[in-house]
Design a protein around this ligand. Sequence first.
Ligand SMILES: Cc1cc2nc3c(=O)[nH]c(=O)nc-3n(C[C@H](O)[C@H](O)[C@H](O)COP(=O)(O)O)c2cc1C
Length: 202
Amino acid sequence: MTRAADHPVDPLFVDRWSPRSFTGEAVPETVLKSAFEAARWAPSAQNAQPWRFLVTQRGDAWWDTYLGFLMPRNRLWAAQASALVLILSRRSVERRGEIVENTSHRFDAGAAWANFAHQALLLGWHTHGIGGFDRGSARARLAIPDDFAIEAIIALGRRGDLHELDPEFHSTEAPNGRRPLDEFVFSGTLDVPAFTDGRNAA
Ligand SMILES: Cc1cc2nc3c(=O)[nH]c(=O)nc-3n(C[C@H](O)[C@H](O)[C@H](O)COP(=O)(O)O)c2cc1C
């Protein structure tokens, strides 16, 4: 489908989408640095900057290990990405000399990832978030302490030709749509419609 905004917005926001077909070419260090720099400037509660990014590039010592974390279906396409970035967020924060729970660590890491994705796109690189991976294996293998939540793995790459992508994914290799504003922006109180499958029915 062709994406169209209902209200004026910078094209950057509608142009970002998540392909699965990647060329596998090496990502320049400058592109990675710029994308991480954009993430760096995301807002966060207390300016705690709870996000952490663990990176592997295609062919480096960690590449196969990271690929191994992915669910087989995700590995089918992500193996052609140029970099995989594991995003963590720190659950605790120091406040007035005390270590306390950071209630917005996930929210803030989400903001940082969005910055990362948009800056990458500005430089001609696409991202694709991956939640389908074995968090337990990643935590154990990379010795990630419990204080760090494991959020997602991001595949980064240059868009490739469709014929390089497993046929399994051909039919979904296009930008998708969004619900209209009146389904998620409310005046004052929340309007909770029932899910079509009956969950949440009033
Ligand atoms: C946290 C997160 C986890 C995701 N997990 C997967 C995944 O495991 N496999 C996959 O193919 N896509 C995954 N996606 C991609 C989403 O399905 C996609 O972002 C969504 O359909 C919106 O499409 P767009 O990014 O092209 O706008 C994930 C995206 C995010 C942000």
